[in-house]
Design a protein around this ligand. Structure first.
Ligand SMILES: [Zn+2]
Length: 286
């Protein structure tokens, strides 16, 4: 069934697990993510970034919505990193049930103003909103945008931001980056800061840039109250690494020869994330 972001994440917040938000910009990957979520009985958040949406086209949305409606697990279709009011409107018009407005690079007051404007519009039609406070880093050129250096989320500012905007969930900066970390860089999450934010903010918390962080840190962040973790690079790497292997045979040509082993490899990674986030079997809570 298709549900709003609030309905999906409030249950995670009440039951201490995180819903995986898998970025999708390819139809075969989308089908594979539905399959593995159903096999694991895990709630699913299909995240589509504006760059991915322009690659896919909005015409695919009715198909994703139909797939979600016949799914045995709850599914939210979420706009990842909406950068403007116009992008949010396009997503709402296309049938997304959740949107992110990312004003994190703006001054605090301007971030509040654009986020509140999006909340007022989205809530009027039953769509949930994720805001972001603090900045997430960026580690490689293929990654989504991020800041050159991380600005950590300040707990008291987070309280003011949530109260002033009415957002349904909040992406926080505690040390993650978009992309895959280079060998020279050791990611380290500030779990003490997460605890302080969670003690003050009641709505579900979101972690971006969750690919390629040590499993023990991610597992700990779930225990401490993160309720949605964005995974993009890790599933795409598994998918395309396998595809490179398959394509080493110059004789293969058919997508239905090339894609199934790539999807199978992606599903192994997705299943590992579902387990790490304590989301397996949680569909029964809805
Ligand atoms: Zn992100």
């Amino acid at each position: 069934m298709l549900v709003s972001g609030k309905d999906l994440l409030d249950v995670a917040n009440a039951n201490n697990f995180a819903v995986p938000a898998f970025n999708v910009s390819d139809y075969a990957m989308m089908n594979g993510l539905f399959e593995i979520s159903e096999e694991k009985q895990s709630p699913l958040l299909i995240a589509i970034h504006p760059d991915e949406l322009s690659h896919l086209g909005t015409d695919v949305l009715p198909a994703i919505i139909a797939r979600a409606n016949r799914s045995s697990v709850p599914v939210t279709i979420h706009l990842d990193h909406g950068a403007s009011y116009e992008q949010v409107l396009l997503a709402i018009q296309s049938g997304f049930t959740s949107v992110m407005i990312d004003g994190s690079m703006l001054p605090f007051d301007e971030n509040i103003a654009i986020t509140k404007k999006v909340v007022d519009t989205a809530h009027a039609v039953g769509v949930s909103v994720e805001g972001e406070l603090g900045t997430i880093g960026k580690t490689d050129n293929e990654a989504e945008d991020g800041a050159a250096s991380i600005i950590y989320t300040e707990p008291d500012e987070a309280v003011t931001f949530v109260e002033s905007t009415g957002v349904d969930s909040l992406a926080i900066a505690i040390g993650t980056s978009h992309g895959i970390y280079p060998a020279s860089m050791k990611p380290e999450l500030k779990l003490e800061l997460l605890k302080r934010i969670k003690a003050k903010v009641n709505i579900p918390l979101v972690l971006h840039g969750g690919s390629n962080n040590p499993d023990n840190e991610i597992g700990e962040s779930v225990k401490l109250g993160v309720n949605k973790i964005n995974i993009s690079s890790d599933i795409k790497a598994s998918y395309h690494n396998k595809m490179r292997e398959v394509l080493a045979d110059a004789g293969v040509r058919e997508p239905n020869t090339i894609q199934p082993p790539s999807i199978a490899a992606m599903k192994v990674t997705a299943a590992q994330k579902i387990d790490l986030f304590n989301a397996a079997g949680k569909a029964k809570l809805y």
